[in-house]
Design a protein around this ligand. Structure first.
Ligand code: IMP
Ligand code: MG
Length: 199
């Protein structure tokens, strides 16, 4: 990729893949409908689309967590729960729905915390897998796409709380200049089409 920002996964490609994941989950959980758990806020766009592709009487629940210090690598994945689940998950079939798994530190910490509540099963569904950066091995049962080792925004993923509403996923070359690169890319898109998302 030579541009400072470029589309990695387009709208139609995401829609197709989300539908496939939903079909696989519908098959696998037919006998035991799942509870889908998402960490606010990044995963909500993926969750919202995914549940509409799952034909089961499922439930959803949310958690909000924050890393101590500057991100998961600085803290070894130790997180603080800002908002816990609304319901007990004992004996439930739990599927964690994540936007992206990067180092895996946050998620492995959470898996341990949730496992302690004795769910009947506990699995991961992640739209993006940045496997080159993995520090803690994790089994991702449902994976949307392998993600290159780049900073990404859009479809729920943010940079300083912006760009979550983009319907596609952009990769940026340099995270330090992400906003400038993404804004320039979006301005270029609008010039071409005469319209575009406003973020
Ligand atoms: P980790 O797997 O513990 O390193 O952290 C994963 C979390 O970091 C994800 O749930 C995202 O919220 C965030 N994250 C990781 N990579 C990116 C990225 O490229 N763009 C936006 N957020 C990211
Ligand atoms: Mg997240």
């Amino acid at each position: 990729m030579s541009e400072a920002a470029a589309i990695l996964f387009g709208e139609e490609e995401i829609r197709r893949r989300v539908r496939e994941l939903g079909e696989a989950i519908t098959r696998d959980y037919a006998d035991h409908p799942p509870v889908l758990i998402t960490m606010l806020k990044g995963g909500v766009v993926f969750l919202a689309d995914l549940i509409r592709c799952i034909d089961l009487p499922l439930r959803v629940d949310f958690m909000s967590i924050s890393s101590y210090g500057r991100g998961s690598e600085a803290t070894g994945g130790v997180v603080r729960i800002l908002k816990d689940l609304d319901h007990d998950i004992g004996n439930d079939h739990v599927l964690i729905v994540e936007d992206i798994v990067d180092t895996g530190l946050t998620l492995s910490y959470l898996m341990t915390a949730l496992q302690a509540r004795n769910p009947a099963s506990l699995h991961i569904c992640a739209l993006l897998d940045k496997s080159a950066r993995r520090i803690t091995p994790l089994h991702i049962r449902y994976r949307g796409f392998e993600c290159p080792d780049q900073f990404v925004v859009g479809y729920g993923l943010d940079h300083q709380e912006r760009y979550r509403n983009l319907p596609f996923i952009l990769g940026v070359q340099d995270p330090a200049t992400a906003s400038a690169a993404v804004d320039a890319y979006l301005a270029g898109m609008m010039m071409q089409s005469g319209t575009g998302p406003s973020t």
